[in-house]
Ligand binder design. Structure first.
Ligand code: SOE
Length: 397
């Protein structure tokens, strides 16, 4: 308990010196541009003293009016409609790629060659091969690099990793994860969008949602040895903006069984056709000493079960609130029980990257590097190969 019995003093932090500033160049102004910019602006006064103060040097997007509006709305100093010009801007030290999947590789490789540190939204790229070109570029350039697998930065997920690392679960037998959404079901009348076009997205639910749970499988359990999967496209044609009919050439859903290198067995599932589920990412880990269960829609909680934990063992799982000052990142927020949300995971992950940049620390294992993005892409490719070939596929990173 802290001095006030669980209510830490909110005004206690003191900054000994001015934090360094770091200019950000943001590619994209839509969903991820908004989520990342919200984190850049909130970070300096909530993660206090901040490792660095991100300055909004520039934002870039194809549509000039929308990009200029985003610059005004968020307070970016400049805006560009050509990312090549933005990368020439000396004020840009951190390139943040929040663009669609087909706009990840070329700009990130160019940013690495220009000596910029890089944050790239997930999935890293459309395929493992394309991800590898990005990994090679950042390794050659010696810049810091992170993939925005933001669920590693949910306090409860970080707490699960710490418990597993401490041996609290013992040998891991199972990893079970689902990521369920509903927003492209018939009643949404979703037209052809870039996420449903293989050329733009690389894959469908697999790369968008499956990549998250594959990264968490790597983060919480370890490497994957082999997969056996099935995939389905439930609606094969959707209207294009011009009224013509487009062909959906990506998966609407996949299910996979996986064998981990440490012998554990797993099941992975992601779909955008789970009626009633809005952003339902759940996972469960079963070990010899107990189990841990997480649900993103109750993201400040963990359900735990400890073998031999009398008398709870006879009653099943216990629900634990992850909101104490000593829980990961909670010292930056509110007193116990005052919940944080999905947006705060971006504040945590960007603060971590800034700390790694200004203090030359390793991004991994707390954050996902381009190596992790590549490893997730290898598993995604294996799942597609298994589904298309109707066979089990070995995973070779
Ligand atoms: C859309 O499916 C989406 O925004 C994903 O792209 C995000 O990564 C996920 O966190 C929420 O859903």
């Amino acid at each position: 308990m802290s001095e006030s019995g669980g209510f830490t003093t909110m005004a206690g932090a003191r900054a000994e010196k001015e934090a360094p500033q770091l200019g950000v160049g943001m590619l994209g102004y839509a969903f991820m541009g908004k989520a990342h910019t919200n984190a850049f602006k909130k970070l300096p006064y909530m993660i206090y003293p901040p490792p660095a103060v991100p300055t909004l040097a520039a934002i870039c997007g194809r549509n000039e009016a929308a990009t200029a509006e985003a610059a005004r709305r968020y307070g970016y100093t400049r805006y560009y409609t050509d990312w090549r010009k933005m990368l020439e801007d000396p004020a840009v030290k951190l390139f943040d790629n929040g663009g669609p999947n087909d706009a990840h590789a070329e700009p990130c490789i160019a940013a690495a060659q220009a000596g910029k540190h890089i944050l790239c939204e997930k999935p890293l790229a459309r395929t493992a091969e394309e991800s590898k070109t990005m990994l090679d570029a950042v390794n050659k350039a010696g810049v810091k690099h992170m993939v925005a697998f933001n669920y590693r930065f949910v306090p409860a997920i970080r707490q699960a990793r710490l418990l597993i690392e401490s041996g609290a679960l013992g040998r891991i037998y199972h990893f079970r994860a689902m990521y369920l959404q509903e927003w492209i079901m018939p009643h949404y009348n979703t037209p052809m969008i870039w996420r449903l076009d293989k050329k733009a997205a690389g894959s469908g639910a697999l790369g968008d949602l499956g990549a998250h749970i594959i990264d968490l499988a790597h983060y919480l359990v370890g490497g994957i040895k082999g997969v056996s999967a099935m995939a389905q496209t439930f609606i094969k044609n959707r209207p294009n903006a011009d009224g013509s009919m487009g062909t959906v050439d990506v998966d609407d859903a996949f299910v996979a069984t996986v064998e981990f290198e440490n012998g554990a067995l797993g099941t992975l599932e992601a779909t955008r056709f789970a009626a009633g589920h809005k952003n339902y990412e759940v996972l469960e880990i079963n070990g010899e000493k107990g189990s841990i269960r997480f649900n993103l829609e109750r993201m400040n909680e963990l359900d735990v079960f400890w073998v031999g934990d009398e008398p709870k063992e006879t009653q099943g799982f216990t629900n634990v609130l992850i909101s104490e000052g000593y829980h990961p990142w909670w010292e930056h927020w509110w007193p116990q029980g005052h919940m944080i949300g999905w947006e705060h995971t971006f504040v945590h992950e960007i603060a971590h990257l800034l700390d790694c940049i200004v203090n030359d620390k390793a991004v991994a294992p707390i954050g996902a590097t381009f190596e992790d993005g590549y490893r997730a892409a290898v598993v995604c490719d294996a799942i597609l190969e298994s589904a298309q070939g109707k066979k089990q596929v070995d995973v070779k990173y």
